[in-house]
Design a binder for this molecule. Structure first.
Ligand code: FAD
Ligand code: FES
Length: 273
């Protein structure tokens, strides 16, 4: 439960309200993680918030978290300067599991909305470098409200160079934007994945995940092979307090990454009480 002090050793503004923080443990002992897991970050004197790890396990160096300024804690984190100390508790929750069956082989469709690309960044990096993909391809569909809100543009280019099929779509174009305009599902028909052997990883607004998951199931993808990341208010992160309950799940322990099958397909989109 005790936050481990970490120093901010780098910060990069991704958009006007999204910042990536690079964190190094003051003790020198790095925390492990799997892509999809989250940490509770403490802005001392303000509070704690659940933030996904956005680095890739393949990268050596500081732990990265990408934070959108939506309230007091995230604002304090986004405004924290280099050399400031923040607390890190974790890692918590379930990973995407790209190193386990099924995404080790076959096509993988990754769909991200907005800052939803952050929890997926490490998983995509691992997928693009899968050693035994057995011909399986990686399709990335990233959506943003406007071109200025696209995060990780350099990573998207690098993943494309690494063989991934990358489509970036925006809800609202702006002068100079030559890519598609429309929701992530509007570009689905042009994506030639093999449904019978495909897996999918979805992260973003719940309505987007629900519509996308339904579209994937409609194309013939097995719901057990579709994984979604569901966010709820996290407090303890350890399955003790019940704040993150969704139906039979405690999302800090059983999630945030869950298969879109059974109860999850009914619960996705149910509003937090
Ligand atoms: C597993 C998990 C992983 C997460 N990963 C990230 C991450 O990588 N990066 C990140 O920036 N956030 C992430 N979040 C969301 C983050 O924990 C919340 O936004 C957090 O509540 C912000 O705390 P706050 O004190 O700044 O704002 P709060 O006071 O909690 O919220 C301020 C206002 O913003 C609204 N709000 C809260 N969260 C969101 C949201 N996600 N989107 C839109 N409005 C919201 C609230 O309803 C409230 O009106 C994650 C959450 C979970 C559960
Ligand atoms: S955050 Fe306390 S039980 Fe999940």
């Amino acid at each position: 439960m005790t936050p481990v002090p970490h120093r901010i050793v780098g910060r990069r503004d991704e958009t006007s309200d999204i910042t990536t923080l690079s964190l190094a443990p003051v003790s020198g002992r790095p925390l492990g993680f799997r892509p999809g897991q989250f940490n509770m970050l403490t802005a001392y004197g303000v509070g704690e918030a659940a933030i996904s790890v956005s680095s890739s396990p393949r990268e050596v160096g500081p732990l990265q978290h990408t934070v959108r300024d939506v309230g007091p804690v995230t604002r304090a984190l986004c405004q924290a300067g280099t050399d400031e100390i923040i607390g890190v508790r974790g890692p918590f929750g379930t990973p995407w599991g790209v190193d386990t069956v099924p995404p080790t082989t076959g096509d993988v469709v990754v769909v991200a909305g907005g800052i939803g690309l952050a929890p997926l960044r490490g998983a995509i990096d691992e997928l693009v470098h899968r050693p035994d993909a057995d011909g399986g391809r990686v399709f990335i569909v990233a959506g943003a409200r406007q071109p200025e809100q696209i995060i990780f543009a350099r990573d998207l280019e690098a993943w494309e160079r690494g063989g991934a099929v990358v489509t970036v779509t925006v809800d609202l174009g702006s002068p100079g934007w030559l890519g598609p305009v429309g929701l992530v599902t509007s570009v689905f028909d042009e994506i030639a994945f093999e449904p019978a052997t495909s897996s999918a990883l979805l992260c973003g607004p719940e309505i987007m995940m629900r519509i996308t998951a339904r579209a994937l199931v409609g194309r013939g993808v097995d719901p057990e092979r579709i994984r979604v990341s569901i966010e709820r208010n996290m407090q303890c992160g350890l399955g003790w307090c019940g704040h993150c309950q969704l139906g039979p799940f405690l999302l800090c322990r059983d999630g945030p990454v869950l298969p879109y099958a059974g109860a999850v397909s009914h619960l996705l989109g149910e509003r937090e009480r």
